[in-house]
Design a protein around this ligand. Structure first.
Ligand code: PMP
Length: 401
């Protein structure tokens, strides 16, 4: 067996997807992007319904102006780590703004959301500690666990009883255990039972980190996420998030209710050994944060779109990953072929969505992930529903069978 033979599975998968679809459904090439909701793919204009641009801020006039001004005054990149030459006033100001928004003492920003999980988990937990993570967590959480050298234990997805039993078994070691969950899971669009998870974690004396990547900007009176919405900000120890979804930029953060988080900068390798975010990314994100904090209307538009789409999708007979409306609507199939057929129908109708297939999905499911955005118009949503309706009518066997 040679070094490259291990790619046989991927070669087979790529060939089968190419055979069954005119256009690449994975890593679909975007010829051009025109706005938060419009792009050209394969020479045709499409509606974007497969991004994480929940508030549509990528084209926000103030965010763009802030990014351009930062490039003009500070250049295109920092060329250094925060520990060396890349620790600009803008980085520190954004950290301060995040900490202030949460009323917490410490915030650290990272160059991506992926690195925020790697950096937080590997610094908070080390050999002799325990990480107790939801089995369906994002790859960055699982990779952060590996980098930490702590003992990692998975508990069943969104199953508080299973978490309870595992903490019980850890006994006194629960005090050296960090429980890690997401608040909104982006594959099926389901939410964690955070109240139960908080209660169980506290009862056992363990610590809790919540990844709010897909819920920051979406939930809560100030848009701070699901913990804020549920009134749990005094009960959670750490929150990780990203700048690449609602905030429309690139970068990530970890916030802590404990001032010691600040010391993490001295040990977190994914923080230390990489260049700090570009000044333009920081300036755009800081402006986007201001919009989120005063963003009731943006959130209201997102929720109007989400509630309408969820109601219509269920009426058409599609199976949804969850019944509670949210910014992600996952149309779920047991097999890969009907998911691919739906994805193809939608792109042919001028709607771009995400096709997700095993092993990137939970429970071997295949799904078409539709994401909502505050920037989508009433007409965009009408067109998405019409395309779903047309596909459901021509499906054999019928979807609801
Ligand atoms: N956490 C979760 C739950 C995510 O879904 C993602 C990205 N999909 C990340 C972290 C990583 O964020 P980024 O893409 O900004 O690196």
């Amino acid at each position: 067996m040679s070094l490259l033979d291990k790619f046989a599975v991927q070669r087979g998968l790529a060939a089968s997807l190419a055979e069954n679809s005119r256009l690449a459904p994975i890593a679909t090439p975007m010829d051009d992007v025109h706005s938060a909701t419009s792009a050209t793919i394969d020479g045709r204009r499409v509606i974007l319904a497969g991004t994480n641009n929940y508030l549509g801020l990528t084209y926000d006039a103030e965010c763009r102006a802030a990014a351009i001004a930062a490039i003009e005054s500070l250049g295109t990149g920092t060329t250094g780590s925060r520990m060396a030459s890349g620790n600009y006033a803008g980085h520190r100001a954004l950290e301060q703004a995040l900490a202030t928004a949460f009323g917490w003492p410490a915030a650290i920003i990272f160059s991506t959301g992926y690195q925020a999980n790697l950096g937080a988990l590997s610094a908070l937990a080390s050999e002799g500690d325990f990480l107790l993570v939801d089995a369906d967590s994002h790859a960055s959480i699982h990779d952060g666990c590996r980098l930490s050298h702590a003992t990692t234990i998975r508990f069943r997805h969104n199953d508080p009883e299973n978490l309870d039993r595992r903490l019980e078994r850890l006994g006194d070691a629960a005090r050296r255990t960090l429980v890690v969950v997401e608040s909104l899971y982006s594959t099926l669009g389901d939410r964690a039972p955070l109240r139960e998870i908080v209660e169980i974690t506290r009862r056992h004396g363990a610590w809790l980190l919540v990844d709010e990547a897909h819920s920051f900007g979406v939930f809560g009176p100030c848009g701070l996420g699901l913990c804020e919405e549920l009134g749990l900000l005094d009960d959670v120890d750490f929150i990780v998030g990203t700048f690449s979804k609602s905030l429309g930029g690139i970068g990530g953060f970890c916030l802590g209710r404990h001032a010691e988080l600040e010391l993490m900068r001295m040990v977190s390798r994914p923080y230390i050994f990489t260049a700090s975010p570009a000044p333009s990314a920081i300036a755009a994100t800081h402006q986007a944060l201001r919009s989120v904090l005063r963003g009731h209307d943006l959130r209201a538009r997102l929720w109007r779109n989400a509630e309408r789409l969820y109601a219509e999708v269920a009426r058409l007979g599609y199976r949804l990953g969850t019944t509670a409306p949210g910014p992600v609507a996952a149309l779920v199939f047991e097999a890969r072929e009907p998911a691919l057929a739906l994805w193809q129908s939608l792109i042919d109708a001028g709607i771009y969505t995400n096709l997700m297939i095993p092993p990137a999905t939970p429970a071997g499911l295949s799904l078409v992930r539709i994401s909502l955005s505050a920037a989508q118009s009433v007409d965009d949503i009408t067109q998405i529903i019409a395309a779903l309706d047309a596909h459901a009518r021509q499906s054999r066997p019928p979807l609801a069978a």
